[in-house]
Design a protein around this ligand. Structure first.
Ligand SMILES: [Zn+2]
Length: 233
C-alpha cells in the first residue's frame, strides 16, 4: 500500500490582516517505498517501520505549486509514528541480536572444541550446556560432534586461516552492539569450555585469542580474562 500523508512545516506565512488564514506554505507529501522491522530509537523496541520518501511543494491557498525537491527518506515507526533517519537500520532488532548471540556462542563452542577437548566428556558436556543456555535448547553432544566432523573435513587439517575467517563472520557483526562486559562474557564462555578438561592447551589459547580479536578485545584483556576464567564465578 502506498498511502500518501501530508504534513505542513512551520514556514507557512499568514495574512497580515490577522484573519488567521493560511495563504502559503511548504507541504511535504510522503509515500511508502518499502517496509520491515527495526529497533525504534523513539519508543525503544522491535517495531514495524515504513520507509517513506517525501517531496516538498510550495502551496498557495491549498493549491500545490512549485516542487521544492525531495526530502531525505525516513523510517516511520508503526507504534510511535516517529520519523527517523535510515541509519536507524544499522541497529539490529532485539530479535536479531538474540539470534546473533546464539550463533556467536555456538561458533565459539565449536572453535574451542575443535582446538582440543573433543575427546573429553566433560569438555563436550560443558560445550553442550553453554550452547543450550545461549538459546539452542535442543543442542546435543551428537549434534556438536557431527558439526565438528563436518567442519574438520571441510577445512582439512590445520587450516586455521579459514577457521578463523568463519569465526570472525559469526562474531564481527555482533561486536559493535555489545558492551565490553558482553563481549568479555562471550570469551569467558569459550575459556570455560577450554578449561573443562584441564589447563589451556596451546591450540585452545590460540583459538581463544582469535575469539578475542573478532570481539575486539585487546590482547592484554584476553590474557586477563583467560586467567580470570580459572576462578569460578
Ligand atoms: Zn517507535
Amino acid at each position: 500500500m502506498s498511502g500518501v500523508r501530508r504534513s505542513r512545516d512551520q514556514r507557512g506565512s499568514w495574512s497580515s490582516r490577522g484573519r488567521g488564514v493560511r495563504l502559503a506554505g511548504v507541504r511535504t507529501s510522503w509515500h511508502t517505498v518499502d517496509d520491515g522491522d527495526f529497533f525504534c530509537p523513539g519508543c525503544g523496541g522491535d517495531r514495524s517501520y515504513r520507509r517513506r520518501a517525501g517531496r516538498r511543494r510550495f502551496v498557495l491557498l491549498g493549491v500545490p505549486l512549485l516542487s521544492r525537491g525531495a526530502v531525505a527518506p525516513v523510517l516511520e515507526c508503526a507504534a510511535c509514528q516517529g520519523h527517523f533517519g535510515t541509519e536507524a537500520l544499522g541497529h539490529p532488532t532485539t530479535y536479531r541480536l538474540a539470534s546473533l548471540l546464539r550463533d556467536a556462542v555456538h561458533a565459539i563452542a565449536l572453535t574451542v572444541l575443535a582446538a582440543g577437548g573433543c575427546e573429553s566428556r566433560t569438555a563436550r558436556q560443558t560445550a553442550v550446556d553453554t550452547v543450550r543456555s545461549a538459546g539452542f535448547t535442543e543442542c546435543t553432544e551428537d549434534q556438536l560432534l557431527t558439526l565438528l566432523a563436518a567442519l574438520s573435513a571441510e577445512r582439512g587439517r590445520g587450516d586455521s586461516v579459514s577457521a578463523e575467517i568463519e569465526l570472525h563472520e559469526a562474531l564481527a557483526p555482533l561486536a559493535p552492539h555489545l558492551a565490553p562486559a558482553g563481549r568479555e562474557g562471550l570469551l569467558l564462555h569459550g575459556a570455560r569450555i577450554a578449561l573443562a578438561d584441564g589447563q589451556y592447551q596451546a591450540a585452545e589459547r590460540a583459538a581463544l585469542a582469535a575469539v578475542g580479536r573478532s570481539l575486539r578485545i585487546d590482547d592484554e584483556d584476553v590474557d586477563r580474562l583467560l586467567a580470570q576464567a580459572h576462578t569460578p564465578s
